[in-house]
Ligand binder design. Structure first.
Ligand code: ATP
Ligand code: MG
Length: 427
């Protein structure tokens, strides 16, 4: 086969190397070009083997997989590393990603998971290369890159924009902003919007929108979509039409069901929703795991939220490093400062200095409007549209939906954030 994926296996245990080699031997599009028993050996042979994908064990005696990945990124930058570990801890995952790994598999994994990861990492890298090739890409094209220009029903349609709300720290207002921004885009900007609760274990979107947890959820949809032949028509059965003018795909009703949602499953969900909506808003969890990474990869825009707290700022710095390692373009990751408040003792300028980046948008703190609405299960954007917090949300909604004003919106926001500085008297 002409277009085989060249794989190098790195593991200190000979049986594991043999087992993986045999497993991958069944796949006609994958070619195991070599194996290495240590990080050092991998680095010495990778240059001549020219692998597309390196399967890297994390725990090895001489040089661990993380150090080897860092070295490989320098020596063979075209190779994508899939890290393998018996521990799925967030810290391992984060360190692997910082070192440059593109995927993380927790042992034991199935052969399907293994081959899916290899193919996905390979095609993602190839896509990235091909997207980098043309010198000028049209601004509206990132959405097109993932979704194709035709809806599943065959009608030509611009694929929608996927916006993920993420923060490396919990409790900073992701869900609040996701819900209200979705409502603002639907009611005031006339967009067809679907809100996905991507916090699969402890999703709060249903609570904020006063929805019955007995409704269908993403846990029902994923297995359905993974069956061949089922497509867009089935998605309507799982998405709830909310009176606030948006559509909602809920998180599973109980935490253990989160395991049903795989990275490939969530990718399919987002691609399907993108084909039939203008805007897909995803409220993510506050930690890295494989499904969150799949969402962040698929997103056109990541709104990363922070608050004026030292821990939030520190974690943001780490996240921005990871985002850079993952190859996300600058414009994809936007910084949103929520609960911007003069009385907290940290100045906006200090935050920007500490994370080495400008904040793109700010949202004021307004406990009255936010909590009152929360307790009634009504988005504050509907009950208190005149409030400054609602106006800030509308500006954010405009910046993510304004297809052509993308760049202008960002610089406009910069101007506004400078204005805000004096408005809130950050000293
Ligand atoms: N702009 C704001 N002004 C005042 N209160 C706010 C604002 N944004 C969020 N809050 C409050 O902060 C708390 C956390 O908000 P929210 O649940 O949206 O955060 P989250 O990042 O989704 O948290 P979690 O990590 O639990 O998912 C809530 O009590 C919410 O009402
Ligand atoms: Mg939340």
């Amino acid at each position: 086969m002409a277009d085989q994926i060249r794989v190098l296996i790195v593991d200190d245990i000979p049986e594991t190397r043999d087992h993986l080699t045999k497993l991958l031997g069944f796949e006609s599009d994958i070619d195991v070009v070599g194996s290495a028993a240590s990080g050092a050996e991998a680095i010495s042979i990778a240059g001549s083997l020219n692998p597309d994908v390196v399967l890297m064990d994390i725990n090895m005696p001489d040089m661990d997989g993380i150090a080897a990945t860092e070295e490989l990124a320098r020596a063979v930058p075209a190779a994508s590393v899939v890290m393998m570990s018996v521990q799925g801890e967030a810290d391992y995952l984060r360190r692997s990603m910082l070192a440059g790994a593109r995927e993380f598999l927790v042992k034991p994994f199935s052969s399907d998971e293994l081959t899916a990861s290899i193919r996905q990492v390979y095609s993602r890298e190839r896509d990235k290369q091909s997207r980098m090739a043309p010198v000028v890409a049209p601004v509206a094209s990132p959405a097109a890159a993932g979704g194709g220009a035709t809806s599943a029903s065959g009608e030509p349609r611009e694929p929608g924009t996927v916006v993920a709300l993420f923060s490396p720290k919990g409790g900073v207002g992701r869900t609040t902003v996701a819900v209200n921004m979705a409502v603002a885009a639907a009611t005031d900007l006339g967009k067809k919007v679907v809100l996905v609760d991507g916090s699969f274990q402890f999703g709060d979107v249903g609570v904020l929108l006063n929805l019955n947890p007995k409704n269908k959820s993403i846990a029902d949809l994923v297995p359905e979509l993974e069956q061949a032949g089922s497509g867009v028509e089935s998605i309507d059965t799982f998405v709830i039409n909310h009176s606030a003018g948006i559509r909602v795909l809920l998180a599973p009703p109980s935490p253990e069901m989160a395991e049903l949602i795989t990275p490939s499953g969530i990718r399919r969900v987002l691609e399907t929703l993108r084909a039939t909506h203008d805007l897909v808003v995803v409220d993510c969890t506050a930690f890295f795991n494989d499904t969150t990474l799949a969402i962040l990869d698929a997103a056109d825009i990541i709104l990363t939220m922070l608050s004026l707290e030292i821990t939030s700022i520190k974690n943001m710095r780490l996240f921005l490093e990871v985002a850079e390692q993952l190859g996300y373009e600058q414009g994809k990751v936007r910084l949103i400062l929520n609960r911007a408040d003069a009385a907290l003792g940290i100045r906006l300028a200090d935050v920007e200095h500490s994370i080495g980046r400008k904040v793109d948008e700010t949202i004021v703190s307004d406990g009255r409007s936010v909590v009152y609405a929360l307790n009634r299960g009504v988005p504050f954007y509907l009950s208190n549209r005149e409030a400054q917090v609602s106006q800030d949300i509308l500006r954010l909604a405009k910046s993510v939906t304004g297809e052509r004003s993308h760049v202008a919106a960002t610089s406009d926001a910069r101007g506004k954030s400078t204005q805000k500085k004096s408005l809130f008297a950050w000293r």
